[in-house]
Design a binder for this molecule. Structure first.
Ligand SMILES: Nc1ncnc2c1ncn2[C@@H]1O[C@H](COP(=O)(O)OP(=O)(O)OP(=O)(O)O)[C@@H](O)[C@H]1O
Length: 320
């Protein structure tokens, strides 16, 4: 840092400081910062009426933005006194999404797939590797291994360095997927779509570029999502990819079980839930359906599997 002071601009000094923090592991980052912070302020000092406190905050936020792009955080340096900006949070998120390390266990999943799962796995991967459009719905009752199949797909695609998004309608389902996020937060879809068919993503942002690069998008629990959410994602992808192809020509895999929960419509009746679901969207008819039948959860108890199916299909009169 001492050497750099004589020839580097404040902007570069801030960058150098971030690099030192990440790659050189200084014994006492705070002491290092306090010794060299002043020269990193110089470019902000030319603004009239800007107090030192404000300048310090701006400078630390800039360093934080740089640290986030490298997957680190200034909280280590400031003990939580500085909150990252929205841009910094996005940069950090993008960095993590581009650098996911797949765990060994998940890499073994493709070898454990049953016949139906393997068929779906091969069809989807083939579309990804041949760069062709693929919009799928994995149709399988609870326990048939839909999540198991996603994990295998996500592991394979991420392991070779491709970007794959794991999303779900609810936070609970998202947390069960490796680096899962709710579809709302991943694609910035408004919570209450209500005729606003646009996601809050600027075309120039790093998130937009990450989405453009994505090879696979997985969306679990789709029966719980309102059809407008899926239509909004379709519009976002067409817009970002500058094409009229469904989902911008990307490979998108939806799944869920329509025997389970449908979208919530306040004060609605059964027909309202159905009308709001993906089943009543134009997109539904364009999805390729891949079936899973074998119940892997209750494999050793076929009678129980049949009982569950009868409940799901509304044919069971006797409840335990
Ligand atoms: N090929 C497989 N080999 C071994 N176990 C499997 C396989 N597929 C699924 N399983 C296991 O079966 C159980 C159910 O699988 P999973 O949770 O993926 O089903 P699901 O269809 O997503 O269920 P739900 O709709 O209820 O969420 C899990 O314990 C999972 O580990």
């Amino acid at each position: 840092m001492s050497e750099a002071l004589s020839y580097q601009m404040p902007h570069s000094l801030r960058h150098l400081f971030a690099v030192l923090l990440v790659y050189c592991n200084p014994a006492n980052p705070r002491e290092l910062w306090e010794k060299f912070e002043s020269p990193t302020y110089e470019d902000f000092k030319k603004y009239p009426n800007m107090h030192t406190r404000e300048i310090r905050h701006k400078v630390l936020n800039h360093i934080n933005d740089i640290l986030h792009s490298m997957g680190r955080d200034i909280i280590e340096l400031t003990q939580g006194k500085i909150q990252p900006s929205a841009t910094a949070k996005e940069a950090k998120d993008v960095h993590f999404e581009r650098n996911i390390i797949v765990n060994e266990q998940d890499l073994q999943l493709p070898y454990k797939l049953n016949i139906e799962q393997r068929r779906a796995y091969n069809v989807i991967l083939d579309r990804i590797f041949s760069n062709k459009l693929g919009a799928f719905f994995i149709d399988g009752p609870g326990g048939t291994g839909k999540s198991f199949l996603y994990r295998a797909l996500l592991a394979t695609v991420r392991h070779i360095g491709f970007i794959a998004f794991a999303t779900a309608r609810s936070g609970v389902a998202a947390s069960l997927l490796p680096r899962g996020r709710t579809a709302h937060s991943r694609f910035k879809i408004p919570i209450d779509v209500n005729g606003i068919f646009s996601c809050n993503i600027s075309k120039q942002s790093s998130l937009a570029s990450l989405i453009r690069d994505a090879k696979l998008i997985v969306w679990d629990e789709i029966p719980m999502a309102k059809k407008e959410m899926v239509e909004t994602l379709d519009l976002l992808l067409r817009d970002l990819m500058e094409t009229t192809m469904l989902f911008g020509g990307k490979v998108v895999v939806f799944s869920g079980d329509f025997r389970q929960t449908l979208p919530v419509v306040r004060g609605g009746q059964r027909e309202d839930f159905v009308r709001e679901s993906l089943l009543c969207s134009e997109i539904w008819h364009q999805l390729e359906k891949l079936q899973l039948f074998e119940n892997m959860r209750a494999k050793t108890d076929p009678a129980f599997c049949e009982y569950l199916m009868r409940i799901g299909n509304g044919k069971e009169r006797k409840m335990i």
